[in-house]
Write a protein that binds this ligand. Structure first.
Ligand SMILES: C[S@@+](CC[C@H](N)C(=O)[O-])C[C@H]1O[C@@H](n2cnc3c(N)ncnc32)[C@H](O)[C@@H]1O
Length: 233
């Protein structure tokens, strides 16, 4: 398993949307990273993935970017065996945790790339190849001097739009209102994306969205939650 951080990579297109935290990793997660990685993991390369070959079939494809501990992704992959799910996350303990959850219920429709999602989408995912992309509670980078680290910025929005099939969905949620407004503005101005909100703003919380660790934390802190949904035109 290899992880290249933007600092190590010479890739010019990355937003530094994360810091690689060493973090605590449990023995079980560490074991999952070595023993289950061959089953669920996909190494990052600069070549486009053949998703039909990866999943051994052609099915609707959903990508979750920054899945954290993977609660939402594991629940969706379990509820929808007819769909294939690709999770992209740089935080190794979360990757280990999701693989343990996947193994516990015998998921066959889930794969994981442990690498910067900007690079994965740029190089490894072909144009118009995804049915849905989920970005739930991306790091809000509260301080003004850190706003440039936010994932949802015009170049990344265009990249997301280009990776969705026509009619494909982009769903986001955040508990930080200024970031929610930035998402609305950036995605609303992105060519090829249409806001599905009847009011041109936010949408109802999708019934299927599982409450993640970061959502719970936001709720504890008294934050609201803003859901967004855009469609590739
Ligand atoms: C605030 S957490 C939210 C995690 C999860 N979605 C949740 O709701 O609990 C944001 C996550 O995005 C990941 N992340 C940030 N930038 C990323 C990138 N460029 N590529 C992959 N993962 C990224 C971080 O490692 C972190 O786990």
């Amino acid at each position: 398993m290899s992880i290249v951080s933007p600092a190590e990579s010479e890739h010019p297109r990355s937003i530094r949307s994360f810091v690689t935290r060493s973090g605590r990793i449990t023995e079980a997660q560490q074991r999952a990273l070595s023993e289950l990685w061959p089953k669920y993991g996909i190494e990052f390369t600069r070549q486009p993935l053949d998703l039909d070959a990866v999943f051994g079939r052609r099915a609707p494809r959903v990508v979750e970017i920054g899945f954290g501990n993977g609660e939402n992704l594991a629940a969706l992959a379990t509820a929808h065996p007819e769909r294939d799910y690709l999770g992209i996350e740089v935080h190794r303990p979360g990757v280990g945790r999701l693989m343990l959850a996947a193994e516990a219920v015998g998921l066959t429709n889930l794969r994981i790339v442990c690498h910067d999602a900007v690079e994965v989408l740029t190089d490894q995912i072909g144009p118009a190849s995804l049915d849905e992309v989920l970005i739930l509670f991306p790091d809000p980078w509260h301080k003004k001097r850190h706003h440039k680290r936010r994932l949802i910025q015009p170049p990344f929005a265009s990249l997301l739009a280009s990776r969705l099939k026509p009619g494909g969905l982009l769903r986001l949620a955040t508990d930080w209102e200024p970031y929610a407004i930035q998402m609305l503005e950036v995605l609303g101005a992105c060519e090829g994306l249409r806001n599905l909100s009847p009011t041109g703003t936010f949408v109802e919380r999708p019934a299927e969205r599982v409450t993640t660790r970061f959502e719970k934390r936001g709720t504890r802190l008294g934050h609201g939650v803003w859901d967004l949904a855009f469609q590739r035109t």
